[in-house]
Structures are given as structure tokens and as C-alpha cells.
Design a binder for this molecule. Structure first.
Ligand code: UT7
Length: 324
């Protein structure tokens, strides 16, 4: 018998304010046409003043508990992937724990930027398989609007705010690739690539939050190559071929990266969940948001094989193979 971590609930939350590309045309030397054709983004949501990452995360977590038919104290742990916490400390996850009224268990944050949700899923899976937890709420939540340089047209048009959550629960499997739940993970990082995507401030350096800086073309080049490699590695670990995949739920940074990776993997776009047009790049929130939206649309069937993959600052990247 093998312990498998299964998704038993999903939820998401998007702030009320929707910002179409046209809002940027009025302020910057840019166009709806440029943003759509270079990134696939048509609109994004921005959090209201006073609405923080923990508020977004809490709303997504509540939706996931409702979806699973569970109560807060049924959870053993809360893990939040974020690079835009409310405060330097404590962790956003502990704020969610308190907000849910959860009086037991433990909560902590993970910071792997846009790959954060993949790293959080892998860590939650390890907690479950080790027996340290039976049920873990895994959340990706971000307010990237707070770290934008609004005069930098090459970045500020690309990002959005939001949160997505999944509940992982221990289940029994046979150890084969036909089990439901997480089947394989692959995690990577290369700290030598720090300078192509970073936020230029922080607690111990500038004492400010800083602004996002990105060498877009360089990040793009690494993205397609590394996402294809990590997907192949995770599939190999699961003992599966690309053909076995029913769905890919990629990090939603750029439609051209999503298409390029699907093409390299030999997967038709009909099997790829795409939400970047509506959400922009929500960093660690993008995969759980896409999972929750696709589930709400009834796209996944029990037994479907799903690949998630993401890359971001660090650089950090990885993939998870799971059976729904
Ligand atoms: O989630 C974390 C990972 N992040 C990513 O995956 C992002 C990866 N990178 C990308 O998605 C793309 O590189 C971008 C969407 C950021 C840019 O697309 P690109 O095709 O790589 O464009 P580029 O950076 O090569 O810029 C092309 C031109 C430049 O003008 P010149 O130098 O060719 O005259 C830019 O100045 O487009 C210009 N440009 C803009 N023009 C209008 C840059 N931003 C804008 C803009 N509106 N907003």
C-alpha cells in the first residue's frame, strides 16, 4: 500500500476590480494589440486598497472547504505560496489559519515566486506521505499589483492579483501510475539566474518592498526549455508517456510560452487549460486559480491525468503529475 495525496476540494478568489488592457493605453506608450499579441493577456484583476494577500487567500480557502464539504478543524496544515505577503512576518498562512477559525495544526509560507504553488504542492505531498499530516490546504495567493513599477510598460501590463486553493487529503494507492493523487514531482532551481527576474528591494537590503524587474526575452527563453524538461522528468518519474496526459494546467505567464511548451511536448492546445487572458500572470496563484476555474467548468473527470508546471524568479521551476 502507498499513501497518495488526493485533491478533494478546490476554490479561488479574484478581486472585484477588472482592469482591461485599454486602461494602460491611456497612461503608457502601449496598446491592447501589443499586450494581446505578445502575452495573450486581455484583462486582469487588481486588489482594492486595504485588500491584502491574506484576504484573497482566505476567500479561496473558504471556497475550497465548501467544495470539499470540510470544516477548518478537519485540516492539519495550511501552506501558502506567495511572494507578496501582507507583512514581513508572520506568514500569510497563519493569518489564513486564524481567519478560518482553525484552532489546531500548523501553517507556513513557501516562497518560490511563480513556481511557488508547484513547490507548495510537492511539500504538502511530502508531509502527507510522511504521515505528518492527513489533510493540507495548499494556497497560491498574490497581490503583484503592489510591486509593479507603473512607469515600466514591459512589466506592469503583465501581472494580476488573485488566489487559488486546493485541499490535499491522504488516500490509499497501490503504488502504480493508475492511482489517484500525486504521482510524481520534479523541482529545480538555479540561483545564478537571479538577475533576469527579481524585485529590487527587501527587508535586509533596502528596507523597502521594491519593484519587479524582468529581462522578459531572457526569461522567455529559459521558460520554454526548462518547462519542457521538467515536465518530461516528472512524467518519466511517474512511468508515463506524454500521450497519457488528459490535461496540462501550466503557470499562466504568457500564452506564447504555454503554446511553445505544449508544442515541444507534442500536446494539442485542446488539452491545455488557459486562463491567462482573464487573470494575467498571478505568479504563485495562477495554477490553483486555473485548476479551480477548470474544475468549476466541469472539465476534469475522475481518473484524468494532469500535469502542472511552472517557472519563475530564482530561477525556480518544477512540475507535478497527478491523477484527478
Ligand atoms: O511568471 C514569471 C515568468 N515570466 C515570464 O514568463 C515572462 C516571460 N517573458 C515574456 O512573457 C515576454 O518576453 C514579454 C511579454 C515580457 C515581452 O515579449 P517579447 O516578445 O519578448 O518582447 P521584447 O521584450 O523583446 O520587446 C519587444 C519590443 C521592445 O521594443 P524594441 O526594443 O524592439 O524597440 C519593447 O520595448 O516591445 C517593446 N515593449 C512594449 N511595447 C508596447 C515592451 N513592453 C511593451 C508594451 N507595449 N507594454
Amino acid at each position: 500500500m502507498t499513501t497518495r495525496s488526493r485533491i478533494v476540494g478546490t476554490g479561488h478568489y479574484l478581486p472585484a476590480r477588472v482592469v482591461p488592457n485599454s486602461e494602460f493605453e491611456a497612461r503608457l506608450d502601449t496598446s491592447d494589440e501589443w499586450i494581446r499579441s505578445r502575452s495573450g493577456i486581455e484583462r486582469r484583476h487588481f486588489a482594492a486598497e486595504g485588500e491584502n494577500t491574506s484576504d484573497l487567500a482566505l476567500a479561496a480557502a473558504r471556497a475550497a472547504l465548501d467544495d470539499a464539504g470540510l470544516a477548518a478543524d478537519d485540516l492539519d496544515a495550511v501552506v501558502v505560496a506567495t511572494s507578496t505577503p501582507d507583512l514581513t512576518f508572520p506568514a500569510v498562512a497563519t493569518m489564513v489559519q486564524a481567519g478560518l477559525g482553525m484552532t489546531r495544526g500548523f501553517a507556513f509560507d513557501i516562497q518560490a515566486v511563480c513556481a511557488g504553488f508547484v513547490f507548495a504542492l510537492a511539500n504538502a505531498d511530502a508531509l502527507i506521505r510522511s504521515g505528518a499530516a492527513q489533510r493540507v490546504m495548499v494556497i497560491g495567493a498574490e497581490t503583484f499589483s503592489r510591486i509593479m513599477d507603473w512607469d515600466d510598460r514591459s512589466t506592469c501590463v503583465l501581472f494580476g492579483d488573485g488566489a487559488g486553493a486546493v485541499i490535499l487529503q491522504a488516500g490509499e494507492g497501490t503504488g502504480s501510475a493508475s492511482d489517484r493523487g500525486i504521482l510524481a514531482v520534479d523541482l529545480n532551481s538555479d540561483g545564478r539566474l537571479k538577475d533576469i527576474l527579481l524585485v529590487d528591494g527587501g527587508v535586509s537590503s533596502t528596507g523597502t518592498a521594491g519593484h519587479l524587474r524582468m529581462q522578459g526575452r531572457e526569461v522567455f527563453r529559459h521558460a520554454v526549455e526548462k518547462l519542457t524538461a521538467t515536465a518530461a522528468k516528472a512524467l518519466e518519474r511517474a512511468g508515463l508517456e506524454t500521450d497519457a496526459l488528459d490535461w496540462v494546467v501550466p503557470h499562466q505567464a504568457n500564452l506564447r510560452i504555454i503554446r511553445g511548451t505544449a508544442q515541444k511536448l507534442g500536446l494539442p492546445m485542446e488539452r491545455v487549460v488557459v486562463t491567462v487572458q482573464d487573470h494575467g500572470n498571478t505568479s504563485a496563484a495562477s495554477i490553483p486559480l486555473a485548476l479551480s476555474v477548470a474544475k468549476a467548468e466541469g472539465r476534469f473527470r475522475p481518473g484524468d491525468l494532469i500535469l502542472t508546471e511552472a517557472i519563475g524568479g530564482g530561477m525556480a521551476w518544477g512540475a507535478v503529475i497527478l491523477r484527478w
